[in-house]
Design a protein around this ligand. Structure first.
Ligand SMILES: [Fe+2]
Length: 327
């Protein structure tokens, strides 16, 4: 994943990059596997190859269970490295662990939320195998930055590094545009919405998908100080665009499977990725639907976030290498 090169800005040029999120192809060596998710990623890869973007941003959830299985991180890294354009990735919760909570949520006992909290171990594993947890670079006069917003509020060493890095962005030289990539959305409906209650069944998903206060407000201030004009997130698997305080918030489509299809009347959970054209007038995201959405095919294992007692590796279709037995 070599970095995209910085170059002198030119005001008349038009070019494009691509963004894909929530690939989650999974692994037949795992306790669960859905062949359709792998098939959808293969379809997206073919379309990306024919599109030929200057670079690709992967908006988190590169893996189905990379937070448990380092081999999934290694395999997707190899796939992304084989693409003929540079790739820059931000971590997702399936790669590293979830936003922190100190209590079990409304989906207990099906889901034990504190057990899913992101850890330093999983973050450092992502950094070692895939790439830096946060990064920023300028390409053709446009700044691109990416980070894992869910470290906010964790108290992990990675949180202090995140804030230092984020707030430094505002002190860097201004580019023509600034695009920020994260896996979690900063908010579901509005930056001023309340912190959702994880213990309430009617608020669990809102809690799961966004960032809580006071971190949300601090991140938004940092975005404004750094001149962010487009913020792109994944995780929700439903496409929608909002504009607040001059920043366009683009909730990106997923590659693997749809979610939250009925949450917003104007949301679209169709699968695909995004081509973002950079023109003298600004940044223009265009949804590229998958040419073919794989129908559900027989797979195995549980969905969601199953506990250790529900992870049966004897179901696996392929044998795991001895060195991979470190989950
Ligand atoms: Fe996610």
């Amino acid at each position: 994943m070599q970095p995209a090169s910085a170059s002198v800005p030119a005001t008349d040029e038009r070019w494009s990059f691509a963004h894909a999120a929530d690939l989650q192809p999974g692994s037949p060596k795992s306790f669960r596997y859905r062949p359709a998710w792998r098939e959808n990623w293969e379809t997206a890869k073919k379309q990306l190859l024919s599109l030929g973007p200057e670079f690709l941003i992967v908006g988190g959830d590169l893996t189905a269970d990379g937070w448990l299985h380092p081999w999934e991180l290694r395999e997707i890294r190899a796939e992304l490295d084989a693409l003929p354009f540079p790739v820059h990735s931000v971590p997702g919760n399936m790669d590293t662990g979830n936003k922190h909570t100190d209590r079990r949520g409304a989906w207990w006992p099906k889901r034990d939320d504190p057990e899913l909290n992101v850890t330093s171990l999983s973050l450092q594993r992502f950094a070692a195998i895939v790439g830096p947890l946060q990064w920023t670079f300028v390409h053709r006069g446009v700044r691109f930055s990416g980070a894992y917003l869910a470290v906010a509020g964790t108290g992990l060493p990675e949180e202090a590094a995140f804030w230092d890095w984020l707030e430094e962005l505002g002190r860097l030289p201004r580019a023509r545009h600034h695009v920020f990539f994260s896996h979690y959305a900063l908010f579901l409906d509005h930056p001023g919405e309340p912190n959702w209650d994880i213990t309430r069944g009617d608020q669990y998903l809102q809690w799961y998908f966004g960032i809580d206060q006071p971190h949300r407000g601090r991140i938004l201030e940092a975005f404004q100080a750094a001149g962010v004009d487009l913020a792109i997130s994944g995780h929700i698997h439903c496409r929608r665009t909002d504009v607040f305080r001059g920043i366009t918030f683009y909730k990106a489509p997923a590659v693997c499977f749809p979610q939250m299809a009925r949450y917003w009347p104007d949301g679209d959970a169709a699968l695909g990725f995004t081509r973002i054209e950079v023109t003298p007038d600004g940044l223009r995201p265009t949804f590229i639907p998958l040419q073919y959405e794989a129908p559900p095919r027989p797979g195995y294992g549980p969905g969601g976030h199953p506990g250790p007692e529900c992870r049966d590796y004897s179901l696996a279709w392929e044998p795991m290498a001895p060195e991979d037995r470190q989950y």
